[in-house]
Design a protein around this ligand. Structure first.
Ligand SMILES: [Fe+2]
Ligand SMILES: [Fe+2]
Length: 144
């Protein structure tokens, strides 16, 4: 399995916007989850931290709750793009499960690469799928 199969390649943040700015969507329940996600990814990228197993488990548990919360809003409000958005969540959850397997096999380097790329991937998801959902939930846009 290649590195690319774990997580998509990172992209540079849009000019002027930090990754932190890009993950906030203006809908508090989702923004609270995004700040929590950012915190876990920060710990995973802290060179002083060694227990990746514990932090990957925290990431996995967080992401299950994160996805269930957003998908609950979508189902409750009849959001038209639930299927597409859920597939993106499933893709990330599968990537997390794979990288936990790598950790269990002693492949620390793969875990470090995954952790280093994760926030850039998440910023793309947050600024597209989650931002669109937040706008819908706030009544600013109608899902086509
Ligand atoms: Fe999200
Ligand atoms: Fe999402």
């Amino acid at each position: 399995m290649t590195e690319a199969s774990i997580a998509p390649k990172p992209v540079a943040a849009a000019s002027g916007a930090t990754l932190h700015d890009r993950i906030l969507v203006g809908f508090k329940p989702i923004d609270d989850l995004h700040k929590e996600f950012e915190e876990i990814v920060g710990v995973l990228n802290d060179p002083a931290e060694a227990d990746f197993g514990e932090h990957l488990l925290a990431l996995h548990e967080h992401m299950l709750r994160h996805a269930a919360t957003e998908e609950g809003f979508m189902a409750q409000e009849g959001y038209a793009h639930l299927g597409r958005h859920r597939r993106a969540h499933e893709h990330l959850l599968e990537a997390i499960a794979r990288v936990r397997d790598r950790w269990d096999c002693g492949d620390v380097e793969s875990v470090q690469r995954f952790a280093a790329e994760l926030m850039s991937w998440f910023a793309i998801h947050a600024s597209s799928e989650d931002a669109e959902l937040a706008a819908f939930l706030k009544g600013e846009a109608k899902a086509a």
